[in-house]
Design a protein around this ligand. Structure first.
Ligand code: UGA
Length: 435
């Protein structure tokens, strides 16, 4: 069986290398020639732990190749669509330009009996519409949907050892083809769920909405803890022991960002309105607001300690990526906060172990430091906004000798409060009492 993967970003590049590692011949296709050149050389154009090594070893087998030429995928049995579906510039809805273009580009080359499988996150109804489009284009390929649940930072593990596989299909034949593709995963017991096209699309946005809701729930509890003098980290630990609640995704802080959760809940709301079911997802508006409020809360805490006027204050920001083990700065809470503080007149220095290059493109006017020491030198306050391991390993005693004021705001509730306080720092955490 030969596979193509169309779109070679975080999702597609990982999927292509992972499918090759399962023994398939895989061709990765993208319209971006610099991405294709870089992947062909064995260089991943973004940071994802382990992907560089996997890419190099799969290229070496000869099974994995990359091209900008869609016609080279004409002998493939399955075409995976892995392009992005960002938020539209002027609305909450998803921009489907890339999905539509990818399907239109592969359709004339897809051989009879082949399967085009969407992995991109799309509004419910897109797959059925794309299926009709294939018929209009006289394509002999069939369409299926197979949502992807991988997390950045764990992309390879999540692709090769997913906690479930969901396929939206309209025929037994399509299901059988996908069972062949994923045979090695099914053999080790990965649950298989066959669904219709709309359900498979909904599974993905429902899962991301649930995760976003869980994060905003704990951030709402953080607000209440601050008002009442409680500690949200203790509260989260205590409720997390109830297996019906679970401890994962209860980390209170500056909230969720990235290329998925924020735009997915917004696109879901926009779609529900089109479907005449707006009320069902009204709560997601509140989830979005709580999430954005958490960013503002950091700035409020900073002003509590430094005074209203932040002009010419030196602020060190540790972290620019939307989460650790990623260089992705799309809708990054850390970078958003850094930008807001700079806009208030502060002198902001940003450090990140991997995301500085991307951050510079997105927020070119901020100052960037190559080391933590340079970043925090003479700072009036240090903001910990992305919980990279190297920040947890900082020695608060040594770091304390470099700053002007020992004020730390832990926007991720990931640092050891007692250790920092013992070293003389004024430690602030979101949802943690300052009394
Ligand atoms: C998310 C989902 O977790 C994946 O299952 C999904 O496949 C992916 O979106 C997607 O749609 O492609 P990802 O965006 O990589 O994955 O990141 P997450 O690990 O979900 O984290 C999202 C954000 O929530 C981050 O900014 C993180 O810092 C924040 N977060 C996470 C919290 O603030 N608290 C938590 O307890 C957990």
């Amino acid at each position: 069986m030969k596979l193509s993967v169309i779109g070679t970003g975080y999702l597609g590049a990982t999927h292509a290398a992972a499918m090759s590692s399962l023994g398939f011949e895989v061709i990765g296709v993208d319209v971006n020639s610099s991405k294709i050149e870089s992947l062909s050389r064995g260089e991943v154009p973004f940071f994802e732990p382990g992907l560089d090594d996997l890419l190099k070893s799969e290229l070496a087998t000869g099974r994995l190749t990359f091209t900008t030429d869609f016609s080279k995928a004409s002998d493939c049995d399955v075409h995976f669509i892995c392009v992005g579906t960002p938020q539209q510039k002027d609305s909450l809805a998803a921009d489907l330009t890339y999905v539509e273009a990818a399907i239109a580009a592969i359709a004339p080359h897809a051989k009879s009996g082949s399967l085009i499988v969407g992995k991109s996150t799309v509004p419910v109804g897109t797959a059925a519409r794309m299926s009709q489009k294939l018929t209009q284009l006289n394509s002999k390929a069939e369409l299926a949907w197979n949502p992807e649940f991988l997390r950045e930072g764990f992309a390879i593990e999540d692709t090769l050892r997913p906690n479930r596989l969901v396929v939206g299909v309209t025929s037994d034949k399509a299901e059988q083809i996908l069972q062949t593709v994923y045979a090695k995963l099914l053999a080790v017991g990965v649950p298989w769920i066959r669904a219709d096209l709309p359900t498979s699309e909904l599974v993905k946005v429902a899962a991301n909405s649930f995760l976003a809701t869980k994060i905003s729930f704990i951030n709402a509890m953080a607000e209440i803890c601050e008002a009442a003098g409680g500690d949200v980290t203790v509260l989260a630990e205590a409720i997390g022991y109830d297996p019906r609640i679970g401890s994962k995704f209860l980390q209170a802080g500056i909230g969720f960002g990235g290329g998925c959760l924020p735009k997915d809940i917004r696109a879901f709301m926009a779609r529900s309105e089109e479907l005449g079911a707006k009320q069902s997802l009204e709560f997601l508006r509140e989830i979005d607001s709580i999430n954005l409020r958490a960013r503002q809360r950091v700035i409020d805490l900073l002003r509590n300690d430094l005074g209203e006027d932040l002009k010419s204050r030196k602020i060190a920001v540790l972290g620019a990526a939307f989460k650790p083990d990623s260089d992705d700065v799309r809708d990054s809470p850390a970078l958003d906060i850094a930008g807001q503080i700079a806009a208030a007149g502060a002198q902001v220095n940003v450090h990140d172990p991997k995301a500085i290059a991307n951050a510079k493109v997105k927020s070119p006017t901020l100052n960037y430091s190559a080391s933590v020491e340079e970043c925090i030198k003479d700072a009036d306050a240090v903001l910990h906004l992305t919980e990279w391991r190297e920040y947890r390993e900082l020695n608060p005693e040594i770091i304390g000798q470099l700053v002007a004021k020992k004020i730390l705001i832990d926007g991720r509730n990931a640092l050891d409060k007692k250790a920092w306080e013992a070293a003389g720092w004024k430690f602030r955490g979101l949802g943690r009492s300052t009394r």
